[in-house]
Design a protein around this ligand. Structure first.
Ligand SMILES: Cc1ncc(COP(=O)(O)O)c(C=O)c1O
Length: 408
């Protein structure tokens, strides 16, 4: 099942570029992935030959654009095994998807004294909307702690659920810092047994492994197209019965059935949640990204990344004083965050950049998690289908250079 990485890289025009005269070693796909030619072509095709606004025009171009847009939605629905396409809502990004739930579901269902439970390993996108909701409603925001090994401390969960006050549990399917893959389906079972709904942040999972929303255990799931070889759009998937009960998030054109001077009726799903003109070419580009990933095979991508992350963790252990945060390779996806006591992560990233290596440095939008590990920031290497062991070797050489320059 191994991937033909040179053939895959050849489909990404960016890899023709040199950075500082060096081969581009792109290790920041957890922030945003690179784009293959078929995705670029699909968007150029819309803009050059097939663009018009959707769902309104009664002419050929508009009908073609509408069909392409809805076809992309159907591809995404199949990709995550949604029971019906009406459950797949196009949004700007994962962040907007989570905010949509926090407003449309949260405003009606969270009351003073209720509890919202999240985890210490969340991205700010899955923290701040719940903080704001809890504050608006006089609810409590509680955290499932993370162990020293970077796993969820599940022993604490019953005490957060037993009193029946918890109405919503939100957790990441994979941590963008630790790479941890928490047992989300088990967490969902516990949450459901306690009467809470479950929101899953799958921004780091849908691009890397096959996800089936009918067995995952989520009631809502959000992810971003730009991390899965696609453009800047996002998807919110939700259970039809819940989406139908909810009020719209944004109001305006396209999300209505009828409008009178003083009142309106909402459109059916998914349009009720898609107010205004959407990112038409980008949604169609996401459909092309789904085709591209499916053509390679999510199982093969996942297996490839498991091999790379195991190789990377092994090789990183050769770098003096380097500390990896998070669990071992079998319990994580292809993300490795690390800390070198003698070098600030910003300096690590700047020195690696001289070698053509792109890593992320900072708190990766996960400040509470860095506080938990008592470090202000970390450097992060993340891997995708276009990376190989050679990229890891170049990274390790680069880190030896960092140690030579800045080490004690
Ligand atoms: C786990 C996780 N959740 C949410 C997000 C937010 O994604 P976006 O910025 O596309 O909304 C990210 C982005 O890095 C992420 O890693």
């Amino acid at each position: 099942m191994s991937l033909d990485v040179p053939a895959i890289r050849a489909q990404f025009p960016i890899f023709e570029r040199k950075i500082n005269g060096k081969r581009l070693v792109y290790l920041d796909s957890a922030a945003s992935s690179q784009k293959p030619q078929p995705v670029i072509d699909a968007m150029v095709q819309v803009w050059t030959h097939g663009y018009a606004n959707i769902h309104r025009g009664l002419y050929t171009l508009a009908e073609e654009a509408t069909a392409a847009y809805e076809d992309a939605r159907a591809k995404v629905a199949r990709f995550i095994n949604a029971a019906d396409v009406g459950e797949v809502i196009n949004v700007r990004n994962a962040t907007e998807g989570i905010n949509l739930i926090a407003y449309s579901w949260g405003e009606a269902n969270i009351h003073p004294g209720d509890r919202i439970v999240i985890t210490e390993m969340e991205h700010h996108a899955n923290i701040v909307p719940w903080q704001a909701l809890a504050r608006r409603k006089g609810a409590e925001l509680a955290y499932i702690p993370v162990t020293d090994d970077g796993l969820l401390d599940l022993d604490v969960v019953p005490s957060l659920l037993d009193d029946g006050r918890t109405k919503l549990v939100a957790c990441s399917v994979m941590s963008n810092v630790l790479g941890t893959l928490p047992p989300v389906t088990h967490v969902a079972e516990m949450a459901h047994a306690a009467g809470a709904i479950v929101v899953m942040d799958a921004a780091q999972s849908v691009p890397h492994r096959s996800i089936d929303v009918q067995t995952l255990g989520a009631d809502f799931m959000a992810f971003s197209g730009h991390k899965m070889c696609g453009p800047g759009v996002g998807i919110l998937w939700g259970r039809r019965d819940l989406l139908e009960q909810m009020s719209p998030f944004l109001y305006g054109g396209d999300m209505i059935l009828t409008v009178k001077q003083q009142e309106s009726k909402w459109n059916e799903l998914p349009y009720k949640f898609e107010a205004g003109t959407p990112a038409i070419a980008e949604v169609i580009g996401l459909g092309a990204a789904v085709d591209f990933l499916s053509g390679i095979g999510m199982a093969a991508i996942h297996e490839h990344e498991q091999q790379i992350v195991a190789y990377a963790m092994n090789r990183l252990s050769e770098v003096p004083e380097l500390e990896v945060i998070g669990p071992g390779p079998t319990e994580r996806g292809a993300v490795v965050s690390f800390w070198l006591p003698a070098a600030h992560p910003h300096d690590v990233a700047a020195i690696l950049d001289e070698e053509g290596i792109c890593v992320r440095a900072g708190h990766h939008c996960a400040q509470p998690l860095h506080d938990r590990f008592c470090i202000p920031a970390s450097a992060r290497a993340s891997f995708y289908l276009y990376n190989d062991n050679h990229d890891v070797d170049v990274l390790v050489e680069g880190l030896h250079k960092v140690v030579r320059l800045l080490g004690r």
